[in-house]
Design a protein around this ligand. Structure first.
Ligand SMILES: [Zn+2]
Length: 441
């Protein structure tokens, strides 16, 4: 297959009359259209306005997609314990699968080809199956919670039972679906996990090659105070103490960290995922991203979940990422388009632990999106990278490919029935209405 258009190969490389040659799951060549058409005369061709690397959602919750809009105008702990956890507890296996499918559908339609996905406590296998069916690349994990506080009883497991189920899922799904799916052991956050659980997470991840660890950390001041009260440590120091820092660990948020914690993140090579929309909507605060980058910390970009965003659109997230950084520093040069585009592509792939993903380069995975620029908001088009970060929307995506497989083309999902996915999600939401509405003032 030979795809042509303006090729944004990475944050610093744009080929105006460009083309990408795809053979099987790999990119065979990137370069000038005329030259590649001569070199590969037998390849079927397709034209797009802009071609870019598939975007990486460095922290999402696919299964919360059926809770889009149920918990506006709340802060993290109320949002979680009063609205989102009761919703997750209410989902049966079929509903969990419907929710996950809706989340992956939104990702694929809006240009996300890889995600790091924080599932729920129960029925995680159904989300793995949904990811396999829809063809997204992902680092997925069942959630671990062995301490209740105000969580619904159904979500609080015995420590050993949660870890045993995680191990079963690793054996079943780590490397599944042609290695598009890999596993992350996923404690919810330190507030809802005992020390035994957190240490067990590290032990389990160490037993399986390539398994990672993904959790939330230091998102909210109340969360940080709770952990300090319970453990005597700042959150990142506590995670470091129990083994949950390192090059195989992805921490979502890291909004409230002090100097010493930032040093730990840098020294251990821990990945951080910046979720600006969620941090704004839950009024959590502003993560010190420029400082993380200065220290050499790898920062990915994530939408977080539909109940706290309320979309999984990676383009609006890039825009928010840059704008929030600028307003925080009062410096317009903070987090320019190139930097946030890297967060949403190669940095995300590094956090997710997928090799040769996040750029359009010879020998790299054929994870590619095509976008239309035949739009008023894309007119005129001086700088395509600026357009992608500051003006484009997920709706502009017309083509999504993962591993050389076309998942979405001309507004149609090719691997499943998108209207049926949406209809099933509406049905789940209607059934959930009672539960959701009971907790809404
Ligand atoms: Zn989250």
């Amino acid at each position: 297959m030979l795809l042509s258009g303006i090729v944004v190969a990475d944050a610093h490389t744009v080929v105006r009359d460009g083309a990408i040659v795809v053979d099987d799951d790999r990119i065979a060549a990137v370069g000038d259209t005329t030259e590649l058409a001569e070199r590969y005369p037998d390849h079927a061709t397709a034209e797009y306005d802009v071609l870019a690397p598939g975007l990486v959602g460095g922290h999402i919750h696919s299964v919360q997609s059926v809770g889009r809009g149920i918990a506006d105008d709340t802060a993290l702990l109320d949002w979680l314990f009063e609205y989102v956890l009761p919703m997750e507890a209410d989902l049966n296996a079929d509903e969990m699968e419907a929710a996950a499918r809706l989340g992956y559908l939104e990702c694929i339609e809006s240009g996300t080809t890889t995600c790091i996905d924080h599932l729920s406590v129960a029925h995680a296998d159904r989300a793995f199956e949904a990811a396999g069916e829809l063809g997204i690349r992902g680092r997925l994990g069942k959630v671990l919670m062995d301490r209740g506080a105000d969580a619904p009883d159904e979500l609080v497991e015995r420590t050993d039972a949660g870890l045993a189920e995680s191990e079963r899922l690793i054996r079943e799904y780590h490397g599944a679906f042609d290695d598009r799916i890999r596993y992350a052991v996923t404690p919810r956050f330190a507030v809802s996990c005992s020390e035994d659980c957190l240490r067990g997470v590290r032990d389990l991840a160490d037993q399986y090659d390539g398994v990672r660890i993904h959790t939330h950390a230091s998102e909210n001041t109340e969360e940080v105070a709770t952990i300090e009260r319970d453990t005597g440590h700042r959150n990142i120091h506590w995670l470091d103490e129990v083994g949950l820092t390192g090059e195989d660990v992805v921490l979502a948020h890291c909004v409230h960290t002090d100097e010493t914690e930032r040093e730990v993140l840098a020294e251990t090579g821990t990945h951080v995922t910046y979720c600006p929309s969620s941090n704004m909507k839950l009024a959590s605060g502003i993560a010190p991203i420029p400082e993380y980058l200065d220290r050499g910390i790898n920062v990915a970009l994530g939408n977080d979940g539909p109940p706290c965003n309320n979309t999984l659109d990676p383009f609006t997230e890039m825009r928010q990422a840059s704008l929030l950084g600028k307003v925080d520093t009062r410096d317009p040069t903070t987090l320019p388009a190139e930097t946030v585009f890297e967060m949403a592509t190669v940095n995300g792939a590094a956090a997710a632990g997928f090799e040769r993903v996040g750029k359009l380069k010879e020998g790299w995975k054929a994870d590619i999106v095509g976008l239309s620029t035949d739009l008023t908001r894309a007119t005129p088009l001086y700088d395509v990278l600026s357009h992608l970060v500051f003006a484009a929307h997920g709706d502009d995506v017309t083509f999504t490919m993962v591993d050389g497989e076309v998942l979405y083309e001309d507004g149609e999902l090719t691997v499943a029935d998108a209207p049926a996915i949406r209809e099933e999600a509406r049905r789940v939401a209607r059934d959930l209405d009672t539960a959701a509405n009971e907790s809404i003032p």
